[in-house]
Unconditional design. Sequence first.
Length: 296
Amino acid sequence: MAGEHDLNSIRQVAVIGAGTMGAQIAALTAFAGYPVRLFDALPAALERAGPRIEQEILPTIASAGMLPGSAEEARSRIALVGSLAEAVADVELVIEAVKEDLAVKRAVFADLSRLAPGAILATNSSSLPSMPLAAVVERPERLLNMHFFAPIWVRTILELMGCGVTDDDVLARARAFGDSLGLTTALVRGQSKGFIINRIWRAVKRESLRVVDEDVADPEDIDRLWKLFFQAELAPFGTMDMVGLDVVRDIEWSYQQESRDPTDTPSPTLLRLIEEGNLGEKSGQGFYRHDENDER
């Protein structure tokens, strides 16, 4: 339970953004014993998150055996709230999990800085460093990246990276919090776009898409060979479908906007699939068709 961890007074957590990742973070945090308030600027997203957490995410975490306790107890600790101010009032830690768009995140953190002046502020961005957010945060020494991975019960990893002026104490508290969730935490030294895993994964993802764009091979063959060669359960295109092709695109655009390198422009194949409404598992079709018997 939260009171059993030496977290220097982290008692209440807010998660901002009730999409796939935000819902999973909120569920795992509650399972670990912390009261959690979950907010999304889109009421429909928040409405969808409640049943998904209760019926899918919490039972899966329970089945995975990551932490002691029950799904029912964890659900009782999650409050779905209708305003950002209500979500962050008097909390010690705020974890943002909104769209992978720097302008959107800057607007959110400007509000968080004002509404939660005493809280640690963390972004779950999968590609954007927290450094560009520091300008809109009063006391940026409390700002950092806390990068969780989906699905959170399989990829039990948390990457931490400061914003350049983050207090060592804040990083230590974030690491202790991650440990209390049953996650393996890793500290990124300095600034690294994509942190550790996603920096390496991006090179694999980009080259896999280029092989398809150049009509060298089909996604199915690439994934089959990858699994055999690396003796892996997951492969590039199946993983992209799981993450969401729109999320993959947004991450690629964020790299391109920073580098201004035309070769960093998202893959034409990726953009075509998204334009057709094929976003991966969440839409039922991406590089693969998804049903109960689908295996990638």
